[in-house]
Design a protein around this ligand. Structure first.
Ligand code: NAD
Length: 354
């Protein structure tokens, strides 16, 4: 197991240091792995004049999985677009052909007060949203501006999905459902869009290989509504790029705490880039207050989805739950009566629980 570790900027190095402690603990307990660090984002620009330096890209390509902190910060905001840290993320996703984005939204019972929804609606929530990441209207050609017969100028984009693209994301959807409660909801807009009609046909065809998974279909407008009305009805949702963009942000907010949520972006061979969903939080960088749990939980996702080491993944998840159960909190999830910990102390608490 070769893991490339790209800490990035802002709180990135602080939270990745805690995830590294967790990896070191697992290594001590017998999990065989190698880790190597490289400069990325603003740190890549500082060291090599490029947010994705060639040496970093080579390391990421040679590794089985990549662990990222976060990139970006006010120091880099005035740079030309190509040199901005965020371009490093977009380029690495493209270079590694990471077409499947997995974002769990899990409500920890101890944090139920952090949600903007009523406790009974969200307690026990555990949804996985799978978003196709490299196709759809965001990349479809042709796109641009044209002048129509009436002399009016119009802007246009093209929604399109090939059979190959739909099949491979549907496979990820079914395989993920097999590791969970075996229920998959495919979200589309089949009543209006030709692309969605094709999407649904292919998903139904792929379902034949997974008789144990209960497949359902939902229109995206209804899915947006159901996610706030009765989110616990979902196990795994699979959808295209634009619908997934919107629904995954909506789902992550159900839990109310950005510092808790990990993500994975996978290629066809399950190689993955794992990162917290939040950014580099420059407002709290260097203060030892950032929540490292999203990054630590990203390591658990890495063990489950790239390395098929479910037991080790569960060990990390249980350790995080145990820490929360003991009333230990970073500032972002703190409530009166709890014990407030800094970033490093929270990392140590997870290691102790492991
Ligand atoms: P952000 O996610 O960094 O921060 C939003 C708010 O959440 C801030 O108040 C921050 O303090 C808080 N927060 C975020 N993570 C936290 C954590 N682990 N613990 C406690 N509090 C946390 O979003 P932003 O402020 O819009 O962006 C800051 C920078 O991050 C920008 O340069 C942006 O481009 C970049 N960014 C990077 C990524 C990425 O690396 N994938 C993603 C989003 C934003």
């Amino acid at each position: 197991m070769k893991i490339a570790v790209l800490a990035g900027d802002g709180i990135g190095p602080e939270i990745v240091a805690q995830a590294t402690k967790v990896l070191d603990t697992l290594r001590r307990d017998g999990l065989k792995m190698e880790t190597e660090v490289a400069a990325f984002g603003g740190a890549g620009f500082d060291a090599f004049g490029d947010p994705l330096p060639e040496s970093t890209l080579q390391l990421a390509q040679a590794a089985d999985a990549v662990l990222c902190g976060a990139v970006g910060g006010p120091k880099y905001d005035a740079l030309p677009r190509a040199q901005r840290p965020e371009q490093g993320i977009l380029r690495i996703r493209k270079a590694l052909n990471l077409f499947a984005n997995l974002r769990p939204a899990i409500m920890y019972p101890e944090l139920v007060g952090a949600s903007s929804l009523k406790p009974e609606v969200v307690s026990g929530l555990d949804v996985m949203i799978i978003r196709e990441l490299t196709g759809d209207i965001y990349f479809g050609e042709p796109r641009g501006r044209t002048t129509n017969a009436q002399g009016d100028t119009e802007g246009f984009d093209t929604m399109r999905y090939s059979q190959t693209e739909i099949r491979r994301i549907a496979e990820i959807g079914f395989q993920t459902a097999m590791k969970r409660a075996k229920r998959l909801c495919s979200v589309d807009k089949e009543n209006v869009l030709e692309t969605s009609r094709f999407w649904r046909e292919i998903v139904i065809d792929v379902a034949k290989q997974y008789p144990e998974v209960e497949l359902s279909h939902m229109y995206v407008d209804n899915a947006a509504m159901q996610l706030v009305r009765r989110p616990k009805q979902f196990d795994v949702i699979v959808t295209g790029n634009i619908f997934g963009d919107i629904l995954s942000d909506e789902a992550s907010m159900l839990t109310g705490s950005i510092g808790m949520l990990p993500s994975a972006s996978l290629d066809a061979k399950r190689k993955g880039l794992y990162e917290p969903i939040h950014g580099s939080a420059p407002d709290i960088a260097g203060k030892d207050v950032a929540n490292p749990l999203a990054t630590i939980l990203s390591v658990a996702m890495m063990l489950r989805y790239t390395f098929n080491q479910d037991e080790w993944a569960q060990r990390i998840e249980k350790a995080v739950k145990a820490v929360l159960g003991r009333g230990l909190r970073t500032a972002d999830i703190f409530e009166p009566g709890m014990t407030k910990l800094g970033t490093q102390a929270m990392g140590d608490a997870v290691v102790a629980a492991l």
